[in-house]
Write a protein that binds this ligand. Structure first.
Ligand SMILES: C[S@@+](CC[C@H](N)C(=O)[O-])C[C@H]1O[C@@H](n2cnc3c(N)ncnc32)[C@H](O)[C@@H]1O
Length: 209
């Protein structure tokens, strides 16, 4: 069982060594008046905790460069920056998510760079200096399956060491995993998080063959 961590005020949560704000927190309510993410990036999703738990057990090297695609509020980036001192870039197509990333990074005293980009359009040159590519709950439409697979292919051929993606278990994600298994050294596992509560999902850990 994890050590009990008292939180400083209501609507603050603690999971995997980072503080998070839930949607009822006054700061989040204020941000939401001004910024309304519109592609599902309006909260922290359970798959991001599954990713944090997986990385806790199958971690990344300290101080590496990593990119999170489809970051939403960026909890996984903040976790990697905090836990592994990773130099994270959080990418999202929807720039309305970035004020939430900034608040979360500030709350946890880490730096996370943000970049507005369509991850399906990231080029090899954008990926070449990254060692890790991560994502949680980013394969939720049919139209994302092939473009995400192509992104991973480009990342691995650009020299990215590992790509780790979690998902609640959507058919679109399994379709993506099948594509990865045909081409790369891809390990798909069921996984669960226990903080801030139990979430179940799937994780694929992909390396070049
Ligand atoms: C379901 S949310 C997951 C957010 C975060 N990863 C989490 O687990 O809390 C999906 C995120 O992917 C972003 N997204 C969707 N399509 C994208 C694309 N083509 N390029 C970049 N970001 C995208 C959305 O804006 C949204 O923030």
């Amino acid at each position: 069982m994890p050590r009990l961590q008292r939180v400083p005020e209501a609507n603050v949560e603690y999971a995997y060594g980072i503080y998070l704000l839930n949607t009822k927190h006054r700061l989040i309510k204020t941000l939401r008046k001004r910024y309304q993410p519109s592609i599902h990036g309006h909260r922290t999703w359970g798959s991001s905790f599954v990713l944090m738990d997986y990385l806790t057990h199958n971690g990344i090297r300290r101080g590496v460069k990593g990119m999170e695609v489809g970051c939403g509020w960026g909890p996984a980036s903040v976790f990697c920056a905090r836990e592994f001192k990773a130099k994270m870039t959080a990418v999202d197509l929807d720039s309305a998510v970035f004020p939430f990333v900034d608040v979360l990074a500030e709350l946890n005293a880490v730096n996370v760079k943000t970049r507005k980009a369509d991850f399906t359009k990231l080029k090899k040159a954008d990926l070449a200096d990254q060692q890790y590519l991560i994502g949680s709950d980013i394969c939720f439409w049919d139209s994302l399956v092939k473009p995400l697979a192509r992104l991973v292919n480009r990342a691995l051929s650009a020299g990215v060491k590992r790509v780790i993606i979690t998902d609640p278990g959507r058919p679109t994600f399994y379709e993506f995993c099948d594509m990865m298994a045909q081409k790369h050294d891809a390990r798909l596992q069921e996984w669960y998080a226990i903080e801030p509560e139990r979430f179940e999902g799937e994780v694929i850990d992909i390396r070049a063959k």
